[in-house]
Design a protein around this ligand. Structure first.
Ligand code: NAD
Ligand code: UD1
Length: 319
């Protein structure tokens, strides 16, 4: 019998929200295996699917020697860089640590790949809508000038550029996305630095108070995690999708008050809401022109109402 060669993925941050959903999707193809590196600073061990095709290293990506050895020894087909201090507000509290994780550690991996001439099929990096900052021009388009207003945004933009420069200068196959606000199952709701929808959902579920930072009229472009992980898989597995950055969003502007009302409706519960001052570095309005990535067949758009219903059902299933 012919031996099957498995495609190997490295997913940094694979115990986190998007990384765990991605790993689950990748494993649906029996020819994929996944190595996860995550220090569990935000991710959860229970998020990692149990499979003999998953290897988990509880480790920080800031450990250059560890990451270099892994990249040299394993020769991954696909390298997916998701590990990060993912909260804008957290980065305002911990700017230097954010820089070490979100930028330096990724640059160090790029150097290892370059210096050791390690071949791979695609390297993917998750940048963010935060790079656009608070310029009044909406919707945000990839060609617009950036205005990174926090350490998080600065490091996302710097790393995105470094990834694209390594692609251009050293002929590496690379691709980046700028996600807008991702929601859905497996986001850690227990941290104040988690995504707003998971905190809101947790408050509704447990009858705990929820704090709006500001009046709740700030807007975001919410996208369902199932669509996001299909976009990542599509981009890494499409050879022509390279040397570029793509917005990943629904292209719909929604206020926090609107999503709160929708969740109240779906759960039949009322949010115990209070208001505090807006967070430092927070952006008031954000939504995307997502037409560039929509040229690919793999891009799907779950409507907000359908996505929120799926999310609520997944949380209620676990209760
Ligand atoms: P997350 O916090 O759930 O996942 C990030 C993972 O990285 C966590 O599991 C955390 O434990 C891990 N991590 C943090 N520091 C690490 C370190 N030093 N070494 C190893 N692992 C470390 O966040 P997420 O929402 O899944 O975000 C994934 C990526 O997508 C991040 O790079 C984030 O900046 C980016 N992104 C997310 C969104 C969103 O709305 N969720 C939007 C734009 C960009
Ligand atoms: C989010 C992502 C970030 C990503 C960016 C892209 C997280 C934690 N952050 O940042 O990785 O790069 O989208 O657009 O996933 N808020 C409250 N109450 C709360 C929590 C938040 O009112 O308890 C407010 C915030 O002040 C903000 C909005 O909700 O105005 C969204 O906050 P958050 O979910 O942290 O997302 P972003 O800061 O947009």
């Amino acid at each position: 019998m012919e031996a099957t060669t498995l495609s190997s993925y490295l997913v940094t941050g694979g115990a986190g929200f998007i990384g765990a959903n991605l790993t689950e999707l990748l494993l649906t193809d029996s020819s994929n295996k996944v190595v996860i590196v995550d220090d569990l600073s935000m991710g959860l061990k229970r998020n990692i699917p149990k499979s003999d095709r998953v290897t988990f290293f509880e480790h920080s990506i800031t450990d250059h020697d560890f990451m270099s050895k892994l990249l040299i020894d394993e020769h991954f087909d696909y390298i997916v860089l998701l590990a990060a201090i993912a909260s804008v507000a957290d980065s305002v509290e911990r700017p230097y640590e954010t820089h070490q994780v979100n930028q330096e550690a990724n640059l160090s991996m790029l150097e290892t790949l370059r210096v050791n001439k390690i071949p791979f099929k695609k390297l993917y990096f998750a940048s963010s809508a935060a790079v656009y900052g608070d310029s009044p021009e909406l919707p945000k388009k990839e060609t617009m000038a950036v205005k990174p207003l926090t350490q998080y945004a600065v490091d996302k933009f710097a790393t995105e550029r470094e990834v694209l420069n390594y692609g251009r200068l050293y002929n590496m196959p690379v691709v980046c996305t700028r996600f807008f606000n991702v929601y859905g199952p497996k986001q850690n709701p227990k941290s104040p630095y988690s995504g707003v929808l998971s905190i809101m959902m947790d408050s509704l579920k447990d009858g705990k108070p929820f704090t709006f930072f500001g009046d709740g009229e700030q807007t975001r472009d919410f996208i369902y995690v199932g669509d996001v992980v299909k976009a990542i898989r599509g981009l890494v597995e499409t050879p022509d999708a390279r040397d570029d950055v793509f917005n990943v969003a629904n292209g719909q502007q929604t206020t926090l008050n609107q999503v709160a009302a929708a969740l109240e409706n779906l759960t039949g519960k009322k949010l115990d809401a209070t208001h505090k001052a807006p967070r430092l570095g927070d952006i008031r309005d954000s939504y995307a022109d997502a037409s560039k990535i929509d040229h690919f067949d793999f891009m799907q758009h779950t409507s907000l109402s359908e996505g929120l219903a799926k999310y609520v059902a997944s949380v209620q299933d676990k209760a």
